[in-house]
Design a protein around this ligand. Structure first.
Ligand SMILES: *Cc1c(COP(=O)(O)O)cnc(C)c1O
Length: 429
């Protein structure tokens, strides 16, 4: 029996969500649209199979074809990110980072990561997260007077003082690229493992549009698969070095990093991998190896730069004054006297989806912060380019300035629908 007949409530919600995605401007930087090939693999019978273990070393029989799928995903990830080892089993970005921390740290050990209001992620030791309670996170920040670049003097001082076991770089709301060589230098001085969480920019690195931490000697790179990488939800842990026998406890040495990581994911943190998801990740990675993906990755950044410049021209103050990647953080309070939560609601009314966002050292609370975060990956996947970005920047500012005038918001919404109709999404669904 198909979904429509058996469970019309769920079927209808899915259709309504499809229409919402089709008719609105999706500008949350962590979102994207997967291909129909990815959807097909994701909805496949691979979901029925238990495959605890790794290709060729499973705890269950019948894994001939799941082995093929996982091996292809691993090999493609290694090729794309130019490294020796990939674990494609983490169920999403959070367990992926947890698996790395738990692999190398004991409770109370220190990690140096980015301050949350300056761009760090929840999994980088937010006090409300289990990881934040379990480990001692110390933080670096951006420099307010240096276009929001990392304050490396302070970072070096903190590292020398606290001797972290992991130096973590990576962000969820930081519009610049990192100087990985500087991080590596500090980490070497204090004998720490270098970890880059490129969850947001994995696709931009895959497409050759941003720096690859492995080119700067990093030990470990983690990425989600569903943000700029444009796959299903998931996480990949990448490292240098060849893995040994995952069934034997290895010594804690740098050579054993791949084996330690594999064992940390399974059996350390997870049981059976989601094989339908891994099949879909493999498809997304094959897409990321095509020449079109390079074009997409560069266009994501070109679109973000145009959008940022237009917003600035129209009076929007952006944290870091512009962008090097796919996102920007707008200080809506300083620009137009409206907080991020109200700006998010206003834009939703106008058919534009963004999210509220804390700004560095935000004086306002996280549920009503000073700004919003805006990104271009999903619209770029739909085929939008610089011209559309200019128009959209105008709508964003017009909507925020007229947040108390529903007729203006309705009018923008109508224009948004006209524009999105010209960029069909999932025409065959
Ligand atoms: C999104 C993100 C994650 C976590 O991803 P989930 O799949 O939402 O758990 C981890 N790190 C960074 C930097 C992120 O932006």
């Amino acid at each position: 029996m198909n979904l429509n007949t058996f469970d019309p409530e769920i079927a209808n919600a899915i259709i309504n969500e499809l229409n919402r995605q089709r008719s609105g401007l999706e500008m949350i930087p962590s979102e994207n649209f997967v291909s129909e090939a990815v959807l097909e693999a994701l909805g496949s019978i691979m979901t029925n199979k238990y495959s605890e273990g790794f290709p060729g070393r499973r705890y269950y029989g019948g894994n001939e074809f799941t082995d093929q799928v996982e091996t292809l995903a691993i090999e493609r990830a290694k090729t794309i990110f130019r490294c020796d080892h990939a674990n494609v089993q983490p169920l999403s970005g959070s367990p992926m980072n947890q698996a790395v921390y738990l692999a190398f740290l004991k409770p109370g050990d220190t990690i140096l990561g980015m301050d949350l209001s300056h761009g760090g992620h929840l999994t980088h030791g937010a006090p409300v997260s289990h990881m934040g309670k379990l480990f001692n996170f110390v933080r670096y920040k951006t420099h307010p007077e240096n276009l929001g670049k990392i304050d490396f003097d302070e970072l070096t001082r903190i590292a020398k003082e606290t001797k972290p076991k992991i130096v973590l770089c990576g962000y969820t709301s930081y519009p610049r690229d990192y100087d990985y060589a500087d991080f590596k230098k500090v980490a070497d001085e204090v004998g720490a493992i270098t970890m880059a969480d490129v969850a947001h920019i994995g696709g931009l690195i895959a497409g050759g549009a941003m720096r690859n931490p492995f080119d700067y000697g990093f030990d470990i790179v983690t990425t989600t698969t569903h943000k700029t990488l444009r796959g299903p939800r998931g996480g990949i842990i990448l490292s240098k070095g060849k893995p040994g026998n995952p069934f034997k406890e290895p010594e804690m040495t740098k050579e054993n990093i791949p084996t330690i990581l594999d064992r940390s994911v399974f059996p350390g943190l997870q049981g059976g991998p989601h094989m339908n998801n891994i099949a879909a990740i493999a498809v997304a990675l094959k897409e990321a190896m095509q020449p079109e993906f390079k074009v997409y990755a560069h266009q994501v950044i070109a679109n973000a730069k145009v959008l940022a410049n237009e917003l600035i021209k129209q009076g929007m103050k952006l944290v870091t004054d512009g962008t090097d990647n796919h996102m920007m953080v707008a200080n809506t309070i300083a620009s137009f006297g409206i907080d991020g939560t109200s700006a998010e609601k206003t834009l939703e009314h106008a058919g534009i989806t963004v999210n509220k966002q804390v700004i560095p050292d935000d004086p306002l609370p996280p549920y009503k912060p000073s700004g919003i975060r805006i990104g271009t990956p999903a619209l770029t996947t739909r085929g939008m380019k610089e011209d559309e970005m200019r128009t959209i920047a105008g709508w964003i500012v017009e909507a925020i300035k007229n947040h108390d005038k529903p007729e203006v918001l309705e009018n923008i919404h109508a224009q948004v629908k006209n524009m999105t109709a010209k960029f069909p999404l999932y025409p065959d669904l």
